[in-house]
Design a protein around this ligand. Structure first.
Ligand SMILES: *Cc1c(COP(=O)(O)O)cnc(C)c1O
Length: 395
């Protein structure tokens, strides 16, 4: 086998801090003349004589060295002990996970989940014949009541009662779930727990440590970080679940391209410094918005009086860089998003550049999201420039 050694294994440097891991991990073996960065491997097939299950790589829809360094980095950052799995988009990752809910079971999902996750869940639930229950994920008692009800409804019929889907903080309402309490309650009742960790990233929150079974990411956002790639990932510490999700990826076949994954690893290198700067900007901007007369409500877990502040402080290492704030009307919100000159009016989030969007302009956004709600993805530009531009638009 002339296969190059895969990049560093998750166990190799357990002592490093996360902001070192993002820089250090997933590099080729340190020998004279070796590349410092992994190459972009474009091969679709790999040398494999005899028993194909003995080859680390055989065919690039199943596994490829183009994915391995990034998958190992994610596994390490999420404390999984196993490499992650890249998918062609965040939604592909989400759909694969939701497909694990058994017929006759229940998927409990936040009312204010990422709207694509909700739409995907509705479609898969209809086809696979499981129940879909939406909950206010910040209301722990209500979620536990939903788990109890779903558990009774499915007792005896399905192999497992189903799955609790957690997104925290939620997109775009910035609600914070009590992740340890919810994972404990769900597991007591036999439910799998999946957490969409896109807003927090593994630098701010490691859901597997909080009891979750599966973590999903839209790598498109902070992990890649430059608004130039669409990609997703799933991470789990269960070999059985990883195998099921690997099969799901291989069989549906909508896989990630080598160049996209290479870009994501390149973006990951600067995640810690990008997040530091974006969070520092977001904290000040949220404080100023909260004090601004044109703003009806500001949601940012870093504000001391935010309903999610105590929980976020307990389970996260930082508050992230997404803010949502509400102005009186849809028209005012639209006018603000059109008046900015530095902020870019665009959907998506997590890139180095600051983005602004009135969320209800999407017909698919839940109607419980206020018409005048604006979501900010705070980038790494100069804070004074960002605030001056936003303040002028608010006026
Ligand atoms: C963007 C997003 C997704 C979907 O990811 P894609 O890469 O666009 O498919 C899922 N969850 C959250 C929280 C997101 O912000």
């Amino acid at each position: 086998m002339t296969q190059p050694e895969p990049a560093s294994s998750p166990a190799r440097h357990p002592e490093f801090a996360p902001d070192t891991i993002v820089v250090e991990t997933g590099r080729p073996q340190r020998v004279d003349g070796a590349s410092v960065n992994p190459p972009i491997d474009l091969s679709s097939t790999f040398v494999s004589a005899g028993d194909i299950s003995n080859s680390p790589y055989a065919y690039a829809r199943f596994d490829t060295p183009a994915w391995t360094p990034f998958e190992e980095a994610l596994g390490q950052l999420e404390h999984a002990g196993l490499p992650g799995l890249v998918f062609g988009s965040g939604l592909a990752a989400i759909s694969a996970v939701i497909s694990l809910v058994p017929a006759g079971g229940t998927l409990i999902i936040p009312t204010h989940s990422y709207q694509g996750a909700l739409a995907s869940a509705e479609q898969i639930a209809g086809r696979q014949n499981f129940d879909l229950v939406t909950v206010d994920i910040a209301d722990t008692e209500a979620v536990i009541a939903a788990l109890d009800e779903a558990g009774h409804a499915t007792a005896g019929e399905a192999a497992s009662p189903g799955m609790l889907w957690i997104e925290s903080p939620t997109n775009p309402m910035l609600e914070v779930a009590d992740v340890p309490a919810l994972t404990a309650a769900a597991k007591d009742r036999g439910f799998l727990v999946s957490v969409d960790n896109t807003f927090a990233t593994p630098l701010l929150q490691t859901p597997l440590d909080l009891g979750a079974d599966i973590v999903v990411h839209s790598v498109t956002k902070y992990l890649a970080g430059h608004s130039d790639v669409v990609l997703g990932a799933v991470v789990t510490s269960s070999t059985g679940l990883r195998e099921d999700l690997h099969t799901e990826r291989s069989m549906r076949g909508g896989i990630a391209g080598p160049f996209e994954v290479w870009l994501a690893l390149r973006g990951l290198r600067t995640l810690a410094v990008r997040l530091d700067r974006a969070q520092a900007n977001a904290q000040v901007i949220a404080e100023r918005l909260a004090a601004h007369p044109a703003v009806v409500e500001t949601r940012y877990p870093g504000l001391p009086n935010d309903p999610g502040h105590a929980r976020a402080s307990a389970q996260m290492n930082g508050f992230g860089a997404i803010i949502s704030f509400t102005v009186a009307t849809a028209d005012k919100a639209t006018a603000i998003a059109e008046a900015v000159r530095l902020w870019t009016p665009a959907t998506s989030l997590g890139g180095v550049e600051s983005l602004i969007e009135r969320r209800r302009r999407h017909p698919s956004e839940p109607v419980t999201v206020p018409e005048g709600l604006i979501r900010l993805s705070v980038g790494i530009e100069n804070l004074d420039d960002l605030w001056a531009d936003l303040e002028a638009a608010l006026a």
